[in-house]
Design a protein around this ligand. Structure first.
Ligand code: ADP
Ligand code: MG
Ligand code: MG
Length: 249
């Protein structure tokens, strides 16, 4: 089965019953990088949040299969233990908890849920340092509190470290390019490219083409008013650049 198969997904905001996703469909195979593009307010972040089981949204129709399993029937923690990872547009700071401890707790929780061996602090240290080096990050990252005092680029790279440590199988990165200067964007893109693996998939949500010049997607989806209105190869981003999202309405 595909890594992710979304069919005619419909979802609304719980608090207001306002429908946001109105028949959202896409399919991601293992090893693929997909980009979701669309105007602000088109429903991209809502789609990402519905995938991970955010309690603010209620699914009212359609289906989502993750490696052939009904994702919507799984609790949010089960989804993350099964390899689904969502980065946040505004990553949270966790005062008083070091990045190292946070990563080890998250990693061991996942291992435990999967019936796989946990790592003690020494084993985990060796494991995480290797990831940090692969991502060409500074290991001082590990001793700092989660996201506290991190620059925009550091927070984004820290999220890539999180998904590498957790061995995410489907990573959804929501606007990891927002607010980054050219150098920070290049570093983040390099970390993302490093994460690509033949058995995992990547869903990049972005407004901007510049990220897609650095992380080449296999498929681009244009989202408008709660659904995918066009899917194609990366030449779609050229049309976007020239004609804007209006070209797809
Ligand atoms: P995008 O990420 O494409 O910019 P969003 O998914 O954030 O779009 O939002 C889609 C629409 O749904 C917007 O009109 C937004 O205001 C609305 N929306 C999303 N979440 C909520 C919520 N929790 N409460 C009210 N409206 C929401
Ligand atoms: Mg938005
Ligand atoms: Mg958004």
């Amino acid at each position: 089965p595909p890594l992710l198969e979304v069919r005619d997904l419909e979802a609304r905001v719980v608090a207001t019953a306002r429908p946001i996703l109105k028949g959202f469909s896409l399919s991601v195979q293992e090893g693929e990088v997909h980009a979701l593009m669309g105007k602000n307010g088109s429903g991209k972040s809502t789609f990402a949040k519905v995938l991970v089981g955010h309690p603010g949204y209620e699914v009212t129709g359609g289906s989502v299969a993750y490696r052939g399993k009904d994702l919507m029937a799984m609790a949010p923690e089960e989804r993350s233990h099964a390899g689904l990872f969502l980065s946040f547009q505004a990553p949270v700071e966790i005062p008083g908890v070091s990045n190292m401890d946070f990563l080890r707790m998250a990693y061991n929780a996942k291992q435990k849920a999967r019936g796989e061996p946990e790592k003690d602090p020494l084993e985990f240290y060796a494991y995480v340092v290797q990831k940090v080096q692969q991502l060409k990050m500074d290991s001082s990252f590990l001793n700092r509190n989660v996201n506290e005092g991190f620059s925009g680029g550091e927070k984004k790279r820290n999220e890539i470290l999180q998904l590498a440590v957790l061995e995410a199988e489907l990573a959804v990165l929501d606007e990891i390019d927002s607010g980054l200067d050219v150098d920070a964007l290049r570093d983040v893109a390099a970390a993302v490219n490093h994460f690509k693996r033949p058995t995992s998939g990547l869903l990049l949500i972005t407004h901007y083409r510049r990220l897609l010049d650095l992380i080449e997607p296999d498929v681009i989806h244009i989202v408008a008013d709660g659904r995918v209105v066009r899917s194609g190869d990366k030449s779609l981003s050229g049309t976007l650049e020239e004609e804007g999202f209006g070209a797809f309405n």
